[in-house]
Write a protein that binds this ligand. Sequence first.
Ligand code: NDP
Ligand SMILES: O=C(O)C1=N[C@H](C(=O)O)C[C@H](O)C1
Length: 255
Amino acid sequence: MIDVGIHGSTGRVGRLLIENLIKDKEARPHVLHALEDFNFTPPKEAIVTDDVVELLQKSAVVIDFTIAMGCETLLENALKHPTPLVIGTTGLNEHQQNLLKEAANNMPILYSTNMSLGVAVLNRLVELASKSLSDFDIEIVEQHHRFKKDAPSGTALTLGEHAARGRGLNLDDVRVSGRNGLIGERSKDEIAIMALRGGDIVGRHTVGFYNDGEFIEMNHTATSRDTFAKGAIKAAKWIINQPNGLYTISDCLGL
Ligand SMILES: NC(=O)C1=CN([C@@H]2O[C@H](COP(=O)(O)OP(=O)(O)OC[C@H]3O[C@@H](n4cnc5c(N)ncnc54)[C@H](OP(=O)(O)O)[C@@H]3O)[C@@H](O)[C@H]2O)C=CC1
Ligand SMILES: O=C(O)C1=N[C@H](C(=O)O)C[C@H](O)C1
């Protein structure tokens, strides 16, 4: 039985991780890290703690769905207490992304801004389309629920990175985050990533390739957060058998 630790246990995804792990035959929710009280009843046999070191020391693998600062704390402590990690938290800044790469020298880490198979495939399709449709303008729109704290979504940024890579570009050099006022004509290489927030949208991403006389739009819509929880649990079972390094859900899915 794989003893799974959850960082972000009281969250929207954390709760689903617990619910799925309770039903799992190979893994169990063993250590639940929580800063605030649960708004549901956690499994009585699980260890509940606010100590991230205890979380790392008593888990065979830790799954993190928190916020960027929480993920940073986990990574800093994991450097001293190496443990296989599955990280889904988005909105990581440059320092936190570098910390992730440093930690991956000491333990296997799977980091994905989206744990669904559908988005993993969409990333590959976007990179191919970007390369093949070299004269098409690329625009990305993401839609999420009103509670989402970071923007644009990590998924949208990853899609943008694949689109840029398809044209030999660096997303940081060509990304447009908003348009307002007399901004002039659109440049050929720019890739816009726009965020919409409202309601209970789980996650919807549209990548459009627009040219004179025609356009293509590729869309992924998540209709249940369970998709992400199931993907993360699959990743947790996989990462514990990997050598130290930084992996994505595509590695786990064999894409
Ligand atoms: N990769 C993927 O497939 C997906 C990624 N995500 C990402 O996962 C993250 C969480 O999403 P979601 O579950 O909706 O968010 P929630 O706000 O519902 O949950 C966040 C969790 O993090 C905890 N937390 C907050 N601050 C800290 C901290 N400093 N240290 C430790 N824990 C902390 C909260 O605990 P408390 O309530 O006690 O403060 C809560 O349990 C986001 O970054 C989101 O973008 C979401 C879905 C899919
Ligand atoms: O916050 C969310 O809900 C989600 N966040 C992830 C992201 O930022 O891409 C993944 C998914 O879209 C849901």
